[in-house]
Design a binder for this molecule. Sequence first.
Ligand code: ATP
Ligand code: MG
Length: 278
Amino acid sequence: MREHIEMELLNDAFNIFRDASSKLEQQYALLERKIEDLNEELAEKNRAMERNRRLAAMGEMAARIAHEIRNPLGSMAIFATLLERELSAEPDKKKLAVHITKGVKTLDNLLSNMLLFASNPGVRLKQIDLKDAIEDALSMTIGHEKKGVRIKTSFDGSTLVMGDLAQLRQLFLNLFLNALDALDEDGTLVIRIRPSEDEPGITEVEVKDNGRGIPSEALDRIFDPFFSTKDRGTGLGLAIVSTVVSAHEGFIDVSSEEGRGTRFVISLPVAGPEKAIC
Ligand SMILES: Nc1ncnc2c1ncn2[C@@H]1O[C@H](COP(=O)(O)OP(=O)(O)OP(=O)(O)O)[C@@H](O)[C@H]1O
Ligand SMILES: [Mg+2]
């Protein structure tokens, strides 16, 4: 009898031990899986870090190359302009020099966008006149004009804002080039500066074209870097517009209708004390 009871106790103890050990085994397997997951996550994070390191290095390299290309490009622009003047009596030959100027300007714009994109510099906000940024940008569209396209500008109220002139010039150049690209002959580009009706202390710049417009499915992506619907577009133009506007603590509104045109409104804080945003 006593032997029987001892046997039962032993059996119970054995069962308890077996259950506990199977639970331990399950927990061990669970822990093993978790460790595997964590190891995978760590490997992915290391890969992402390595990718970011390479991207940063590439950005630096791109910025350095862009600087190097800039100087000879500047000389080419001057020589091409001189050549244009020399050939003013020979329109056919002059046309070739105009092509060189246009190509150089396109390259220069690409380099400026690349430099802004790769180095993402801070801005030194100073009181500047938006009219200067707009007029400079318009003068840089030479070579991209289209026959019959009218450009209307109107400036209402104070045009002074807190801004970085070089960056704002590049912002407007990208908007104007896009608008000119989208316009057909006889189209119109309207550029207006006016105080915001809704928000005191904000100046708005409206850039409106009656060109081909943006399809609604593309509208969400136009500010993404490298998004372009053009054969030879880099897709950096509007990404730069967005970066520069954020750096100025401003905002952008865009509306577009296919076949009817596109309207960008850039809102910027009016002139105040000078400050640096890095
Ligand atoms: N005013 C506009 N009218 C019609 N489409 C536009 C207009 N502005 C931008 N887009 C669309 O948004 C896309 C992105 O513009 P973005 O300026 O970033 O690049 P891109 O003009 O294609 O190339 P890049 O400016 O680098 O030469 C354009 O390819 C075009 O499809
Ligand atoms: Mg563009």
